[in-house]
Structures are given as structure tokens and as C-alpha cells.
Unconditional design. Structure first.
Length: 264
């Protein structure tokens, strides 16, 4: 239990989003995510009273919200990686995701950070969801170890927003750093996801936060600082869509989703 308390992480930070054209639109808001070491966690419960695994609580993590919703998470991600030729991601698998808040969650994006046994980052799986209940996976794989901060790209093939066409590329950068602030070491994680359509850069987004060992005190603070956070996620998506509509951003009808739910 003590090992889990030290390894399961709570990230406290913010989401930033900026649209560059045809009319500028930007926002940022505070949030928090869980970082779960899936191999260390195994089938164990989470080591807190306020955040449960697979049962209702103030906050909760449900295995069925991830992967295919049926296969045990470690088996699912290991099988997926091996089927894509990534046979050496045999170290820790960190899943960064929003928790359920009072039973509700919507995850626009979750990240699976897949490591080798020696600690090197080997591949990253980005799970992207839209408000139509569809999900797509982008596997970021360079064929070898991936230093934190290295630029990565993926071709966009999945519909997320009616104000962006399904074309162009995503540009990713993931950073996990440690800073010494007075007598305390603060670990920080940042995911930058920028989007270029055929005309060039269109969206600049990031999810960032300081990492803390999970605790009931930290979870209570996160909940009280950002009450009903996951309800707010879906509300903000529709609020920003309304603003873009008023500003006259081009509108694209939802296309048929790709038959293959994984791309590279």
C-alpha cells in the first residue's frame, strides 16, 4: 500500500487552448488528472478513501472507461503494442486520465506512457474521444526509445470538432521534468498538442500539471477547488463551440468515422 501511495500521482494544473484563425479564440482553465502506474497497480484498489477503483465514490477510476471496456487494461495495452510491432514496452505503463467525478467523466484525451524495463520511454498511445461517443487511438512510436520532449507527429483522421476539418497533422511534445523549489522537488508533466491544417498552424493546446503522491487531502483539495470538473469539461466544449459559431468559424459536417480505430 505504501508503494502505491508513493507511485499513484495526482496532477494539479491547467488546460490551455488557442485557435489562431479565422478569428482568434483562446481559453485556459484549471483541472486535475490521475497518473496510474498500471503494472505496479495490477488489480489492486486505489490507496485512498475518496477515490475508488470500479465503484462509485466522490472520485473514481473505472477500468471499463479505457481500452476496449472489457479486456483487463494491462492485457489490452500489451496486446495492442505487440500487434503494432512494439515488443519491448515491458516496463511501467502510466495512464494519465480524468477521474470520474460523482460518477461522471468525459475524457477528451488520455495518454498511455509505455516504458521499457530500464525506464526509457518507448511509445505513447493517445486516446482521443469526441462528444458523439466515438474514440480513436494515435500510436506514437519512433521504433526506439523516445526522449521526453522529442517532437512527434500523427496524421489527423478522426473527427473531434465541427470547426476543424479532418485533414492535416497533430504535433506532439511530452515533457516530464523535476524542479528544485526551495527544499522541495516538484515533478511536472506537460503534454503539448498542436494542430496544423492544410493552411498551417490552427490550434495550440496543452495539458500541464505538478505531480503529487495521491492522498485524501490532495483529492479533497482538488475536488473543492474544481467542483464537478468533468461536468465542466463537457460544458466548456459546448460553450467554446457556441463562441466559434458566433464568430463565424467554418463548420464541417461529421464524416463517417474511420473503420480502423488505431492509426500511427
Amino acid at each position: 500500500m505504501e508503494q502505491l501511495v508513493k507511485k499513484v500521482q495526482l496532477s494539479m494544473g491547467q488546460v490551455r487552448h488557442a485557435r489562431l484563425r479565422p478569428s482568434a479564440n483562446s481559453f485556459r482553465y484549471g483541472d486535475y488528472t490521475l497518473l496510474l502506474p498500471l503494472r505496479t497497480l495490477g488489480d489492486d484498489a486505489l490507496p485512498t478513501r475518496l477515490c475508488s477503483r470500479n465503484r462509485f465514490n466522490l472520485l473514481a477510476f473505472y477500468d471499463s472507461d479505457h481500452g476496449d471496456g472489457k479486456t483487463p487494461l494491462l492485457s489490452w495495452i500489451d496486446n495492442l503494442l505487440k500487434s503494432e510491432g512494439v515488443a519491448d514496452a515491458d516496463g511501467e505503463i502510466w495512464l494519465q486520465t480524468f477521474p470520474r467525478v460523482l460518477g461522471y467523466v468525459f475524457n477528451p484525451v488520455s495518454f498511455w506512457f509505455c516504458h521499457r524495463k530500464n525506464g526509457e520511454l518507448r511509445a505513447i498511445l493517445c486516446a482521443v474521444s469526441n462528444t458523439f461517443g466515438e474514440k480513436h487511438y494515435y500510436l506514437l512510436d519512433t521504433g526506439t526509445s523516445m526522449p521526453w520532449g522529442v517532437p512527434l507527429t500523427a496524421t489527423k483522421i478522426f473527427h473531434v470538432s465541427p470547426f476543424c476539418a479532418v485533414e492535416g497533422k497533430y504535433r506532439f511534445r511530452f515533457m516530464r521534468t523535476t524542479q528544485q523549489i526551495e527544499d522541495q522537488k516538484i515533478e511536472r508533466i506537460v503534454a503539448r498538442i498542436d494542430y496544423d491544417d492544410t493552411l498551417g498552424p490552427l490550434l495550440l493546446t496543452s495539458i500541464s500539471g505538478n505531480l503529487h503522491p495521491i492522498s485524501d487531502a490532495g483529492l479533497a483539495y482538488a475536488f473543492l477547488r474544481f467542483p464537478l470538473m468533468t461536468f465542466g469539461v463537457i460544458f466548456r466544449i459546448h460553450w467554446q463551440a457556441a463562441k466559434l459559431f458566433i464568430k463565424g468559424a467554418p463548420f464541417f459536417k461529421k464524416p463517417t468515422p474511420p473503420s480502423n480505430h488505431l492509426s500511427r
